[in-house]
Design a protein around this ligand. Structure first.
Ligand SMILES: [Zn+2]
Length: 274
């Protein structure tokens, strides 16, 4: 069978998740076993040779319109920084079965986790919601807990979506280019719950990054896992500038609204925040 018949090679997807885990770890967004990753692939995929075991699992929500899709997901308690060195200990794949209520979970002999990530419902919910809106065959979702951004999410003013966006997107010219829809905010909701999943799906419908107040963030990309990680990095870099400015007595001007609008005009960026 030729490569052309597959939309993706699971070994390559697994490698990309390893790179993503390494980068999230480098930027201090995944302490201990915090953070989780997944991709959703719609189409035939070249199987991973180490995922030789399987079991049928119930999905946390029905996803009938993506029956046949393959998801690769990190395991609960897996350290994202370990994926690169020992990927099949940390990851498993799921093939959604007809009807969308169950999936075949495939995993390796090296599997080192009992359950999938506790945020799997949020991952699946976002993949599904986006699949109903776009025809793409690839979608990545990452959850991390970058320190400065998460700190700011504990401060009342930054829980206001207009304030948050105007404060954070003013530090680098590319911020508005990469995040023209801005950052969405999900209020604090207990991790892993259906309520968080529902609020998160809604937040990520238009925006590519949702801040989970007092917890971290979730980012999505329809091009690559690393593009989703890039968004995490842009947002955390903005938070680093913001914290630096707060700690130095707010001496910096930041890009003005006028300057940001000039960038948007030059690069044909449609945005409503400045
Ligand atoms: Zn978390």
């Amino acid at each position: 069978m030729s490569n052309q018949e597959f939309i993706a090679d699971l070994e390559e997807v697994v490698r990309s998740l390893g790179e993503a885990g390494r980068r999230l770890s480098e930027i201090d967004a995944t302490e201990g076993a915090a953070g989780n990753l997944s991709v959703c692939l719609r189409g035939r995929v070249r199987p991973h040779p180490e995922f030789v075991h399987s079991e049928i699992v119930e999905l946390p929500l029905a996803v009938p319109d993506i029956a046949g899709a393959t998801l690769v997901v990190s395991g609960s308690g897996s350290r994202l920084r370990d994926i690169r060195e020992d990927p099949t200990a940390c990851l498993a794949c799921l093939e959604v079965q007809a009807g969308g209520n169950t999936a075949e979970l495939r995993y390796s002999t090296r599997r080192n986790f009992a359950r999938l990530t506790s945020e799997f419902n949020s991952h699946l919910g976002v993949h599904y919601d986006q699949s109903l809106r776009a025809k793409g065959k690839f979608h990545a979702v990452v959850h991390g807990q970058p320190r400065r951004l998460t700190y700011l999410s504990h401060v009342a003013e930054y829980q206001n979506v207009e304030y948050l966006n105007q404060r954070l997107l003013r530090w680098q010219p590319e911020a508005i280019v990469n995040l023209p829809e801005g950052l969405a905010i999900v209020p604090f909701i207990v991790p892993g719950t259906i309520e968080l999943m529902q609020a998160n799906v809604k937040a990520l419908r238009e925006c590519k990054v949702a801040i989970w107040s007092k917890h971290g963030l979730m980012a999505r990309s329809s091009s690559s896992v690393m593009s989703a990680v890039d968004l995490v990095e842009y947002v955390e870099t903005a938070a680093v500038y913001e914290c630096l400015d707060l700690s130095l007595g707010q001496r910096a001007q930041g890009l003005t609204s006028h300057e940001i609008r000039a960038i948007c005009t030059a690069y044909d960026i449609k945005q409503k925040m400045f």
